[in-house]
Design a protein around this ligand. Sequence first.
Ligand SMILES: NC(=O)c1ccc[n+]([C@@H]2O[C@H](COP(=O)([O-])OP(=O)(O)OC[C@H]3O[C@@H](n4cnc5c(N)ncnc54)[C@H](O)[C@@H]3O)[C@@H](O)[C@H]2O)c1
Ligand SMILES: [Zn+2]
Ligand SMILES: [Zn+2]
Length: 354
Amino acid sequence: MLKMKATVFRGKNDIRVEEVERPRAGVGDAVIRVTLTTICGTDLHILRGEYKVKPGLVIGHEPVGVIEELGAGVTGYEVGERVLVGAITPCGQCRACLSGHLSQCGHGEGYEAIGGWRFGNTINGAQAEYLLVPNAQANLAKIPDELSDEQVVLLADIASTGFSGAESGNISIGDAVVVFAQGPIGLCATAGAKLMGATLIIGVDGDDHRLAMAKRMGADVTLDYRTTDVVEEVRKLTGGGADVAIEALGTQQTFESALRCLRPGGTLSSLGVYSGKLQIPYESFAAGLGDHRIVTSLCPGGKERMRRLMEVVRSRRVDLTPLLTHTFPLEKITSAYELFGERLDGVLKVAIKP
Ligand SMILES: NC(=O)c1ccc[n+]([C@@H]2O[C@H](COP(=O)([O-])OP(=O)(O)OC[C@H]3O[C@@H](n4cnc5c(N)ncnc54)[C@H](O)[C@@H]3O)[C@@H](O)[C@H]2O)c1
Ligand SMILES: [Zn+2]
Ligand SMILES: [Zn+2]
């Protein structure tokens, strides 16, 4: 039996790099040798026991690698090709997928909420030397030679998610957009708003490093929620309310502020992961008569999404490499978790090299 090193969740606040069995590709699967991966804020929720996964699971869901093995039935690929795989791996066959809701894939069945998110959630994930990719035909996206691993790794999750916040918000050319929180997801939502043609983008956060990065990713104005009445300031800057507000944190406060910033008929596009109860005060959405839209999105995945995102990078519409602030070998991933979790040293995303 072949072995590999992998990051294993053992229990609350307990992850370890262990030797585990190396996966083999079954029918329709592929195995990739991971060359670069990273840590997501959601992995921190897993580590802290706030999002439950089974002890013994290999975590991580942002893989770049080289095809090591192709299972029967996977065609059009060769061993040795470089591929990017999305954090979300839709089957491409179920009712949800064929209705266009790939992230809510039921893999073979109907719809399953968040069902498309399998890596490091319901099956072994990417913070390892090797990764089994299910439904490989729908999920292996070949990386153009001219793009480096570093240029594409953030497309697997945070860019796909952040951009989808802008896309789901249906931003029109000339829109005024406010983005609540400028963590990795919010920064990508800011970049996404620019790609969609917004002409006034307001980034909100309370961290000077991140506010500076927001400008670099496309924000025209940044607001520090610690020192500014954000809702009032957005209303002033937009002449009465933003066309689209993107929520990229997942709290009652930012959700509510995002809603209060909107003009009548505006759209709140929500990306945050919430817990407990979320409330909507009646005056913030005109008692239900303000023609507001509230939409939510889970990170889109699948090879066509990844191909499109790689084109965005290849055509130089966006450069995400400034967000990769630190690099660690896989053996030192627990130190990377510490740095990332404590937000030390201006960290935004860490490159992990198996
Ligand atoms: N929808 C999806 O598919 C998806 C995918 C991945 C992550 N997420 C979720 O997106 C959210 C953001 O993820 P992240 O990794 O960017 O988070 P993060 O924790 O790295 O960043 C959060 C940012 O929020 C800022 N902040 C805190 N309070 C604030 C306030 N009141 N107003 C404005 N900013 C404030 C912090 O300074 C920080 O920069 C999380 O809820 C995460 O679980 C969603
Ligand atoms: Zn993630
Ligand atoms: Zn499916």
